[in-house]
Design a protein around this ligand. Sequence first.
Ligand code: F6R
Length: 369
Amino acid sequence: EKGGHDYFMLKEIAEQPQAIADTLLGRLSERGEIVLDEVRLTDQDLRDVDKIFIVACGTSYHAGMVAKYAIEHWVRIPCEVELASEFRYRDPILDRSTLVVAISQSGESMDTLMALRHAKEQKARVLAICNTNGSTIPRESDAVLYTHGGPEIAVASTKAFLTQLVACYLIGLHLAQIRGVMYADEVAAVVEKLQQTPDSLRTLLGRMEEVRELARDLKTASTVLFIGRHVGYPVALEGALKLKELAYMHAEGFAAGELKHGPIALIDEGTPVVCVVPSPAGRGVMRDKVVSNIQEVRARGARTIVIAEEGDEDVRAFADHLIPVPATPTLLAPLMTTVPLQVLACEIAAARGHDVDQPRNLAKSVTVE
Ligand code: F6R
């Protein structure tokens, strides 16, 4: 049942290329337009949206953080991401022209459900991104876009996360198109890049042996830090979350630029720091900034584990371990850069002798607030 893998988690990591392909399937019309047929909001409803809130928990919240970058860049409407458990207590300003996107793998997280109910009471439109057909969150939403990840058995979310990213990209592109901020051919160009990601991911998954070796090395570390910028920041948070929940190790993710405002004091001789480097193409400035952040931590003794686009040879000089990932446009890069971090956490947990699929104190769906 684990398809030859030691854990469900490894099986689900391996299924990610297919999960992405399945989530993309049938969603591009012959005219190059995105079709979101399960979305029961009219195009006019979506044109009237003037603000977007994304609410979610845990890993799904990290998908929402990535979505914010993509949606604001493509759609040009303000988009906020909020932890579902905090949303309603803050009395957010919501009305008919607010779109609230609730992201949930299980469709049963109570925090997300309560945030959604609050949004509906305030007359906001609610769109769910969900992996579980007929679960409570999509049932109570005005519209739903299902991720076709297939059942996720391991408690730690992997393939659901990548398919949530895909769903968020599709929603962003769809909104951009119907609001006239992107032309069909521009949308089609991004979709084409999305369609290439399953193959790139297969290549990447074929090269995880080094990550496994690294995991055996890191299993005794007392803390592991993760840094990233732009969409690499939520990836850093996700890498740290995976390590906490599976390996029961102290791990923290930071926005690379925040290091010098405090966390850099944590760096000691040999502290492992995982650095998610943006692509040198497009926004080279951002990449250069992260490279100088890597130099800063290294100068203070950090052991650097660098995730960078293949061919980015300049980073090699600052990397104690280099994990190259296939080239992908900046906004789509989390579909690649997250994967070595999933494998790393899984392998460190296994090396420490933990039950990877059933970490202590955790449940697959959290139905209490
Ligand atoms: C992390 C993890 C959790 C869930 C969170 C939300 O690996 O699995 O952080 O992401 O509990 O769950 P859903 O998406 O089902 O609402």
